[in-house]
Design a protein around this ligand. Structure first.
Ligand SMILES: NC(=O)c1ccc[n+]([C@@H]2O[C@H](COP(=O)([O-])OP(=O)(O)OC[C@H]3O[C@@H](n4cnc5c(N)ncnc54)[C@H](O)[C@@H]3O)[C@@H](O)[C@H]2O)c1
Length: 335
């Protein structure tokens, strides 16, 4: 497999490192010559270019990894698929669900692999959490929330919802195995006009299950925490806690004199595989290229995430008015 990465920015350099470690990286394209000069110091034997078209027409490149800003994803991914390359696109797959649909159809028609970088789906803690859900350990999921908070990186094209929440939406749809039937979202723009730095999105699933996603790049400290409350047990995935990324809690209530009395549970740490999520994600992409199997986070999955984000965005602009997702109740989201 011969992979070319597009975009050697803050995130792209991680992808470059991992694909290089895996021995499949052959080329790098960035429209900033200084980015290429920096890459040249670290990696030897890479083809470096500012000319995207020349890489797309190169028969020595099998697959393209797109780690450029979100607003360029659709055009670059479309051009790569049209050039018969397999494609990995960083999140968000595109800025509109309709664009994701176009890319999905194109990939299908050209028999190309199209994967979106919803990194958390490859995180060993999320993989383990899903296994526990499937084994029935938590019981039916009732409520979940995800906080993705930090100071910076402030983006100028997309808001905090689009920049951060694709990860959370992807994980929540995976855990609940459903699309929300209705969403509502509110947010605030403080640093730039009309680009919310902070947003809270509420997702309502069929049968009353709910989730909310709180994202902000205007927050004094970093937090990446997912809390899942099931009928039987509760789980916490704290990505910034190296000692116990995944904890399981009993849900003990007793009725005493007609009142709910909660016995505060001791959390039990859950063992997770010691593997870098990005490495697992990149390996999955290469595996899909070899086996020609659809990625876990394929175009359809990317499109579902964008439909939820679009609905949240609509609600955000309507100052929190609920927005229904047509057809969501009947839609199957496979584990
Ligand atoms: N999976 C994750 O956890 C994660 C984390 C951060 C960022 N990202 C995603 O990675 C992508 C890049 O984000 P970033 O923070 O690295 O941005 P960035 O602005 O730091 O880097 C983007 C790079 O792409 C280059 N570029 C722009 N347009 C180009 C084009 N048409 N052709 C070639 N190069 C081009 C720029 O020169 C720059 O070097 C975004 O989609 C972002 O959402 C994912």
């Amino acid at each position: 497999m011969r992979v070319a990465v597009f975009g050697y920015g803050q995130w792209g350099r991680n992808l470059v490192r991992v694909f290089h470690e895996m021995g499949v990286l052959v080329a790098l394209c960035d429209d900033r010559p200084e980015a290429l000069a920096e890459a040249q110091k670290r990696f030897h034997g890479l083809r470096l270019t500012t000319d995207a078209a020349s890489l797309l027409s190169d028969p020595e490149v099998d697959a393209v990894v797109i780690a450029t800003p979100a607003e360029t994803h659709f055009a670059l991914a479309k051009a790569a698929l049209e050039a018969a390359k397999d494609v990995f696109v960083e999140k968000p797959l595109a800025l509109r669900a309709a664009e994701a649909e176009t890319l999905g159809k194109l990939a299908k028609a050209r028999k190309r692999i199209l994967m979106v970088g919803h990194l958390l789906r490859y995180h060993p803690a999320v993989v383990r959490l899903k296994e526990m859900c499937l084994a029935g350990d938590l019981g039916r999921l009732e409520y979940a929330y995800s906080n993705r908070l930090n100071l910076g990186r402030v983006r100028r094209e997309e808001n905090a919802l689009w920049s951060f929440a694709p990860h959370d939406v992807s994980v929540l749809l995976h855990l609940f195995e459903a699309m929300p039937v209705q969403v509502s979202a509110v947010g605030g723009a403080y640093l730039q006009p009309n680009i919310p730095d902070v947003s809270v999105s509420n997702l309502l699933f069929d049968r009353g299950a709910r989730a909310h996603i709180f994202v902000s790049w205007l927050h004094p400290f970093k937090e990446q925490k997912l809390v899942v409350v099931g009928e039987k047990m509760m789980a916490v995935f704290d990505d910034l806690n190296p000692q116990a990324k995944l904890m399981l809690f009993e849900k003990n209530f007793e009725m005493v004199n007609g009142n709910f009395m909660a016995r505060r549970p001791e959390g039990t740490p859950v063992q997770i595989e010691p593997v870098e999520p990005l490495r697992r994600e990149c390996e999955h992409f290469i595996d899909c290229l070899r086996t020609r199997r659809a990625p876990l986070t394929d175009a359809q999955e990317g499109q579902r995430v964008l439909r939820v984000l679009e609905a949240c965005q609509r609600s955000l602009t309507l100052n929190g008015e609920p927005v229904a997702l047509p057809g969501a109740r009947e839609e199957t989201v496979h584990a």
